[in-house]
Design a protein around this ligand. Structure first.
Ligand code: 26W
Length: 813
């Protein structure tokens, strides 16, 4: 196929490419092509344009000898690509025309795309927003991850309970990425370390290979195209002849099975690391492939070799999941390239930086020393070398003779009440091996400094910094809310797509009745669209006149969907007590997947679904209240839910949500936030002003004080009659007669097991904040003014700003 850049391609050429792909790549007659086939053909066309773009970008970077950023992440929650790519390349309208000439509608074709669910939630989506911003800002970058065959499970409900099914999204997919066999990598596991002529030799390993799949990442209206390189594992082919020659067939079979499994599934546990051998191997597999790839590329592009490696290479570790990269690079440097220990450590520290995404102690990854020793014996040795140097030189210098401090800061945690064997603290390894550590919102970073790594912060006062998260305005406004984007274009021009601060000039329209009317009308249209989806998915109608109150995120006790549950139960009871009260209609919309092993989270889903069943079918409340739980939350659903939201629920226990990014997307689309002073909510409140957000509940300091004083949820229960009635009702089995005990574990967690997340403590304040929402809604002019101010104030939360912060403060590019 002839190479024609996206700028020059016309509709006619596009349709020719589509037809060519249908007959040649898919091998079917055009007359038999379905919408899905058209999608494949168009996607292949766009992929080709993207691959051309990658080659040109590479050439340019090579000429300019630029420093490049490598983003190591086990998750990239990229969402559907085709529509976004068409917009970015500026050929959406041409594609529309091309397809129309073939008698096909682009919108129908775009709906055929599977949603690549290669992530759990916030952390994975952030990585995707960052790839978009890096490219749009013309920063040389490669994302490295795993090409999972099964993404995050598909969620459905059966009698209100969550059911998980495998997400085999890649099946029958012909145009996913481009496999670059030439760049495959060998990965070694197990074996033992021998001393050969004074040098460590890792021998008798079991080998497999990593195959890279490249996805072009287009930026908005730029020629730059970056790469997302995702590794697939498979048995070592040509690499492994050695083993076969020896006739060691039994071992080969075992490693073959393993090789076929490593890149098979995304672990669905957010926050709770499971300590499974396969997970460790996944981490090492993608790190080893990626580092080898970075090193190969560096030597291809730089005659100076290792001398300018640190100048050209910046690697960001997305949480501790890729932390094994630190000992892996050390190994390559020391064992394969004659580096001494100190030089190797110095180089590592120049190259690596680490982002922390959570404070939850149970979420911090710790691997049994024995497991690492078995799977990666050389790496365990190196971890000990690093630890010895760190404790005996660096910690010793700061706190001479202080063994308590050494024990506290050791990368190797000694056996204790919680574990009977030594554990490797991956977060400490990441801190020691990096030059910068960052939290993801101002409050969170402060807590990382003061609560999570206080000693490190004393030792290295400049190391721990903040980079507040952001979201890409291309996907999360321009693409998902084209009508609002159009209104903004007509009002202030379209520069905001590349410079979100420009939204600021919308402030002057906040009071303008004409603008308000248009803004409100668009929200209403988006709500109609969502109402149709709700009817299709859940089988009942909701009115677009109602307040659409949205809580969309992973299900977690700390995120407190259970607080909403209790509040809706209260509203329902209030309505039953006073059916005539004149209050606006409300629809509470939940989207949330629970980790399959997180029992209590699943109980909460079940309870919300059962409450929904009761409320939605009760004629006494006159449709004043509806509860919707949309199944299978994913990027493409978020793109429909977020533009339709009036209210954004961000109600985590203060100190627990590192940042949140849904909060930013919802406010950007004109929803008003009800939230605690947690994560990025604090900064959102600063930007929109206290009058334009509904802040409630205990602050971080108040949470600490309450815990210190001794919090007893029973006291709240005894003092609040309404709450008492609700909890008794929830525990009574009335909502779920077929399994009367179903919600007891939730009631117990709240009343008998200390209510760790302070749900009851914040209940009254939450309910009062909702009353304020209702008061505001009753004054439409006031409501839309606030909604417009929210949208206009989101400039700071563009991921472009985040990436510029990283470039300046961490990557030096
Ligand atoms: C398997 C162990 C594990 C542990 C932690 C898996 C995944 C995690 C992540 C840290 C969870 C996560 O997604 N954190 C979220 O990261 C977002 C992006 O920074 C933040 O906005 C969210 O507040 C944070 O919960």
């Amino acid at each position: 196929m002839n190479k024609i850049g996206p700028a020059k391609i016309d509709a006619k050429q596009l349709s020719q490419h589509i037809l060519d792909h249908i007959s040649r790549s898919l091998g079917i007659p055009v007359t038999e092509a379905t919408a899905k086939d058209y999608w494949e053909a168009l996607n292949l066309t766009v992929r080709d344009l993207g691959l051309d773009g990658i080659r040109e970008t590479r050439q340019k970077e090579q000429d300019e000898k630029a420093r490049r950023l490598y983003y190591f992440s086990l998750e990239f929650l990229i969402g559907r690509l085709l529509g976004n790519n068409l917009h970015n390349l500026g050929i959406y309208e041409k594609a529309e025309q091309a397809l129309r000439e073939l008698g096909v509608e682009l919108t129908d074709v775009l709906e055929q795309e599977y949603d690549p669910a290669l992530g759990n939630g916030g952390l994975g989506r952030l990585a995707a927003c960052f790839m978009d911003s890096l490219t749009t800002l013309d920063k040389p970058a490669i994302g490295y991850g795993i090409n999972y065959r099964f993404g995050l499970f598909r969620q459905s409900f059966q009698n209100g309970r969550q059911i998980e099914k495998p997400d085999s999204w890649r099946e029958d997919y012909n145009s996913w990425g481009k496999c670059r066999t030439k760049r495959k990598q060998l990965v070694r596991l197990y074996g033992e370390v021998k001393n050969v002529n004074g040098r460590a030799a890792w021998e008798n390993t079991q080998n497999l290979e990593g195959l890279p799949w490249d996805l072009p990442i287009t930026g908005y209206h730029t020629d730059t195209v970056n790469t997302l390189r995702l590794w697939e594992s498979r048995p070592a082919g040509s690499f492994d002849l050695d083993r076969f020659d020896k006739g060691d067939y039994a071992i080969s079979r075992k490693i073959e099975v393993l090789a076929n499994n490593i890149s098979k599934v995304l672990y669905p546990n957010d926050e709770h690391p499971e300590g499974k051998e396969l997970r460790l191997i996944q981490q090492y597999f993608f790190v080893a492939c990626s580092l080898a790839d970075v090193i190969d590329r560096h030597h291809r592009e730089n005659e100076e070799g290792w001398d300018n490696f640190a100048k050209k290479v910046a690697i960001q570790l997305n949480d501790t999941h890729p932390a094994i990269a630190v000992p892996e690079l050390m190994r390559v440097l020391m064992d394969e390239n004659d580096f001494g220990f100190l030089n190797a450590l110095e180089l590592c520290r120049k190259v690596f930086a680490y982002t922390n995404h959570t404070l939850l102690p149970e979420a911090l990854e710790r691997w049994p020393q024995s497991l690492i020793g078995r799977v990666l014996p050389r790496h365990l040795q190196i971890i000990h070398l690093i630890n010895d140097y760190f404790l005996n030189t660096e910690v010793e210098q700061q706190w001479p003779g202080d063994n308590t401090m050494k024990r506290r800061l050791s990368i190797v945690e000694e056996p204790n009440d919680y574990s009977s064997q030594p554990m490797i603290r991956m977060a400490y390894l990441s801190v020691v091996g990096s030059h910068k550590v960052n939290g993801v919102a101002a409050l969170h970073s402060k807590l990382v400094q003061s609560n999570l790594f206080p000693e490190f912060n004393t030792l290295w006062p400049e190391k721990i910094i903040n980079v507040t998260n952001g979201v890409t305005p291309r996907r999360w406004l321009a693409y998902c809310n084209p009508k609002l984007a159009g209104l903004i274009d007509d009002t202030i021009g379209n520069g905001w797509r590349k410079d979100l601060d420009k939204l600021d000039s919308l402030h002057v329209y906040a009071d303008d009745p004409k603008f308000q009317k248009k803004f409100a009308a668009i929200k209403r249209e988006n709500k109609e669209v969502l109402a149709t989806i709700i009817e299709k998915e859940c089988g009942f109608k909701v009115s677009a006149d109602a307040i659409f109150d949205v809580q969309a995120k992973r299900l977690h006790e700390y995120k407190r969907q259970q607080l909403s549950l209790l509040h809706i139960m209260a509203l329902y009871r209030r309505l039953l007590a006073n059916p005539e009260t004149d209050i606006p209609q409300r629809v509470f919309i939940f989207c949330a997947k629970a980790a399959p092993g997180y029992t209590l989270a699943k109980v909460i889903i079940h309870a919300i679904n059962k409450l929904a069943e009761r409320v939605n079918n009760d004629p006494r409340i006159n449709d004043k209240l509806k509860v919707v739980f949309l199944p299978n939350y994913r990027v493409s659903l978020a793109e429909k839910v977020i533009p339709a939201a009036d209210v954004s629920e961000q109600i985590s226990t203060a100190g627990f949500e590192a940042s949140g990014t849904g909060n930013m997307k919802l406010a950007l689309n004109g929803a008003l936030t009800i939230g605690t002073l947690d994560g990025a909510n604090v900064e959102i409140a600063e930007e929109v002003g206290d009058d334009n957000i509904f802040i409630f509940g205990l602050t971080v300091d108040e949470v600490a004080r309450l815990r210190h004083k001794g919090y007893n949820p029973r006291d709240v229960y005894n003092a609040n009659e309404e709450l008492r009635n609700i909890l008794d009702w929830l525990g009574s089995g009335d909502l779920c007669p077929e399994d009367a005990h179903a919600f007891k574990p939730l009631v117990h967690a709240l009343l008998d097991h200390g209510d760790y997340f302070l749900t009851l403590a914040d209940f009254a304040a939450y309910s009062a904040a909702h009353d304020q929402i209702i008061e505001t809604w009753k004054d439409p002019q006031l409501w839309w003014k606030k909604a417009i101010i929210n949208c206009a104030s989101m400039g700071k939360f563009s991921s472009d700003r985040s990436i510029k912060d990283y470039c300046q403060m961490i990557w030096n590019m």
